[in-house]
Every structure is written in C-alpha cells, then in structure tokens.
Design a protein around this ligand. Structure first.
Ligand SMILES: C[S@@+](CC[C@H](N)C(=O)[O-])C[C@H]1O[C@@H](n2cnc3c(N)ncnc32)[C@H](O)[C@@H]1O
Ligand SMILES: Nc1nc2[nH]cc(C(=O)O)c2c(=O)[nH]1
Ligand code: SF4
Ligand SMILES: [Mg+2]
Length: 193
C-alpha cells in the first residue's frame, strides 16, 4: 500500500528510525483502526519485492517494520529473505489473526477482539501491545499476558480517540502492575507518518 522512512512511534523500538512497509488487506475489522484505507487488498497495486527493498536500502536505517493492514494475510517468506539479504533487521506488527510466515527479528503482537489470534503467535512474539479502548480492556490484556513467553515485553497503548479518558487509567494501572509499559503512538504527537 505504501512505504516510508520514519521513526517507530510505538512499542519497544519507539524512537528508532525505521523503514515502514505497509501491505494492503485486512479483514479483522477493528472499528477504531487508524488505517482503514488499508483494508481492501484489491485497492492497492502489487509491487515487486526487490523494488520495495531497493527503495528501502536508499535510506541509512537498517530496521524494517512490516505492517498493514494485516501483513500475515500474505506469505512473507520472500520479503523477509530479501530484507535480510540487504542487511535489514525485520520487525513485524501483527494482530496474529493469520499463521506466521517469514523470518522475524522482532514480532509485535497486538491482539484484537474482532478476530481470534492464531495459537502459534504466543510462543513467538517478542512484544505484546494491547490497545486500551475502555476499562474492561485491562483484564483482557492480562489474559493475553498470561499466555505469552516469559521474556515477552508488555505494552498498553491507548486507542487514539480515547487517549484523554484512558491515559490516566493506564498510568495508575502500570504504577500498580509494573510489568507493563506505556506505548503512546509518539509519531502522532510529532505529526510524522
Ligand atoms: C494499523 S495496525 C497494522 C498491523 C496489524 N493489523 C495490527 O493490528 O497489529 C498497527 C498498530 O496500530 C495499532 N492501532 C491501530 N489503530 C489504532 C488506534 N486508533 N489507536 C491506537 N493504536 C492503534 C494496532 O493495534 C497495531 O498495533
Ligand atoms: N511512525 C509510525 N510508527 C508506527 N508503529 C506502528 C505503526 C503501524 O501503523 O503499524 C506505525 C506508523 O504508522 N507510524
Ligand atoms: S487488525 Fe490492524 S489493520 Fe486490521 S483493522 Fe485492526 S488495527 Fe486495523
Ligand atoms: Mg500506524
């Protein structure tokens, strides 16, 4: 759908330069999704993998973030292989709704109520990032935290339109449950992609 060099605004690598590759297509249907224009897979032209990676390699950063849409609706083996050949570190943002493909250096799993995650993701994710839309989402987040590998980083991220209401709750929650960290979508505050 699009590709751009920016600063990772979320999660563990927040603040680091990264080349984002956003793949078209998602059928998860989050009503608050901030890239609904990505949902229709057919609305976005197909681009050669080599062309995408050669463009990425023009920038000095060597961290790639593959996102979407739901990137795992595509088989990502060849994209990952090509990125690695060019010296990239491969990170993915996924809802976990489809089986994993590709070789990943970092997997950010952001589960959704609207489509159950695939079992394989729990052992493999490096980061769990739960979106907090209302108060009941804290208990929902804990349920996922229990299923993750013990080394998995845990983040709570306010749903953007609900930040004003949810942030004070997130702050208090993390003070009481310090295994969690906050993730704020800092790119939106900086007005960058
Ligand atoms: C647009 S999604 C694409 C990747 C994948 N479909 C997923 O949901 O993880 C990228 C990240 O943005 C988060 N996100 C999407 N809309 C958001 C919103 N309105 N507020 C906060 N986070 C949001 C998702 O939870 C996910 O972690
Ligand atoms: N700067 C920036 N950081 C991000 N982290 C995850 C994003 C995504 O949409 O997957 C994203 C994004 O769209 N922009
Ligand atoms: S899974 Fe990701 S891309 Fe799909 S609707 Fe939800 S937030 Fe948007
Ligand atoms: Mg985004």
């Amino acid at each position: 759908m699009e590709a751009f060099y920016t600063i990772q605004g979320e999660g563990f690598y927040q603040g680091n330069a990264a080349y984002f590759i956003r793949l078209g297509g998602c059928d998860v249907g989050c009503h608050w999704c901030d890239v609904k224009e990505s949902w229709d897979m057919d609305a976005h032209p197909k681009v050669e993998i080599k062309q995408i990676v050669e463009e990425a390699a023009k920038y000095p950063g060597r961290m790639a973030v593959v996102t979407g849409g739901e990137p795992l609706m595509h088989n990502l083996d060849l994209l990952c292989e090509t990125l690695h050949t060019y010296g990239f570190r491969n990170n993915i943002e996924t809802s976990g709704a489809y089986p994993l493909s590709g070789k990943w250096d970092w997997i950010c799993f952001s589960p959704k109520k609207f489509k159950v995650p695939h079992q394989g993701i729990y052992a493999q994710a490096h980061e769990l990032k739960v979106i907090i839309y209302n108060k009941s989402d804290f208990a929902w987040a804990e349920d996922f935290a229990d299923r993750m590998n013990p080394a998995c980083k845990l983040f709570l991220q306010p749903e953007w339109s609900r930040s004003k209401e949810m942030l004070p709750l997130i702050v208090e929650y993390i003070k009481s449950n310090p295994k969690w960290e906050v993730s704020l979508q800092i790119h939106k505050y900086m007005n960058i992609p």
